[in-house]
Design a protein around this ligand. Structure first.
Ligand SMILES: C[S@@+](CC[C@H](N)C(=O)[O-])C[C@H]1O[C@@H](n2cnc3c(N)ncnc32)[C@H](O)[C@@H]1O
Length: 346
């Protein structure tokens, strides 16, 4: 995709319209594990095809397409090597987006995005059209999709965690609960930076089952507990609650239910920390094209505007701009004291 602001409109528009091809190609390369196969150095498509158990000719075309957008580098003789971008498709590298790339081609994801016109028409998340139920209900019943979704969320948390722990001092708390904390990537980052803090990971039972066996929270076993429950029923007592990418998932009534449960359980002087993308009008204008163009960038701000469409596509609540966030805080019986930016490069 061109970053050139002076690209002729037809060229720029064509790039936008074919962006789905790029996503699909990159996701397919991630599924075939090509980046991992290239970790030890350049390899020919013949070797790669044998290792990935696919045909050489179409693999060559796939990798040639990927390399045209900086994912892999093509050398003489149908040989490919790793680039800084393709490295992010490797399994075990810092900042890996492999799981996120895999989710992009998952059937539920593709089908839900295909219903965007219906979402705009009705204002209803696509999972209702495609599966006749809320997304998280669908995921509860489809473990393979759920594992991919949870791992994709973990990819994001591994990048967001350092930005959040750099932006906020958690050391003043004794006990923090991460509500809807997924596999525990954010909680692990918080506990690592704050050696006296105890943490509870709260999520739906099937997610907690997966999180218990993940190595992420293992180093903090002595300070960490798990709570497989719905935050609509109850939340554990704590003096801090953190919710990352949670409130925007729910309509106002449901969001208020979560906040009310926090209000009931929170210890005196406690704090509720909501981590979300805040969309401002100017950022929206810039971010829209930027975010479509920057599927592989970890810049939270640039993701904002395209993210907002994702919530229209899959989830009920649009992202708030700063003023709206303050209003929501007040309406839900609390007061939004501070909105603090987190630097994604931290
Ligand atoms: C968008 S993901 C965010 C995950 C994590 N906070 C992050 O930022 O990576 C939403 C999370 O909310 C969880 N969730 C959905 N419904 C829930 C419920 N009723 N009670 C607890 N967690 C729930 C999902 O399982 C999922 O892990």
């Amino acid at each position: 995709m061109s970053d050139d602001p002076k690209a002729p409109p037809m060229e720029a528009m064509f790039q936008l319209l074919t962006a789905r091809w790029v996503t699909s190609a990159v996701s397919t390369a991630a599924r075939l594990g090509i980046a991992d196969l290239l970790e030890s150095g350049p390899r020919s498509t013949q070797e790669l095809a044998a290792a990935a158990k696919v045909k050489e000719a179409p693999l060559y075309r796939l990798l040639r397409a990927c390399s045209s957008v900086g994912v892999f580098h093509e050398q003489e003789g149908r040989v490919f090597s790793q680039t800084p971008m393709s490295q992010l498709l490797s399994k075990d590298v810092a900042g890996s987006l492999r799981n996120y790339a895999l989710m992009m081609n998952d059937e539920w994801h593709l089908r839900c995005w295909g219903e965007l016109p219906w979402c705009v028409e009705t204002g209803t998340p696509a999972s209702f059209k495609v599966y006749d139920q809320p997304l998280f209900e669908y995921l509860t019943k489809h473990p393979d999709d759920a594992v991919n979704f949870n791992n994709a969320m973990t990819d994001l948390s591994m990048g967001d965690g350092p930005a959040i722990t750099a932006a906020y001092d958690f050391s003043k708390f004794e006990q923090i609960a991460d509500l809807g904390g997924g596999m525990g990537g954010l909680l692990a980052a918080i506990l690592e930076k704050n050696p006296k803090l105890k943490g509870t990971l709260v999520d739906l039972p099937y997610v907690i089952e997966q999180a218990r066996t993940s190595p992420m929270l293992a180093p903090f076993a002595a300070r960490c507990s798990f709570d497989g429950a719905s935050f609509f029923d109850t939340v554990p007592a704590a003096d801090a609650y953190i919710m990352k990418y949670i409130i925007h998932d729910w309509d106002d009534t449901k969001a208020a239910q979560i906040l009310t449960n926090c209000r009931k359980a929170i210890r005196a002087g406690g704090k509720l920390l909501v981590v979300d993308r805040v969309v401002g009008p100017r950022r929206y204008a810039r971010g829209c094209a930027g975010a479509f163009r920057s599927a592989t960038r970890r810049t939270i701000h640039r993701r904002s505007a395209a993210g907002e469409l994702l919530y229209l596509g899959n989830l009920p609540r649009p992202l708030a701009c700063a003023a709206e966030a303050r209003d929501h805080g007040a309406r839900d019986g609390g007061s939004a004291r501070q909105i603090r930016p987190a630097d994604p490069s931290a």
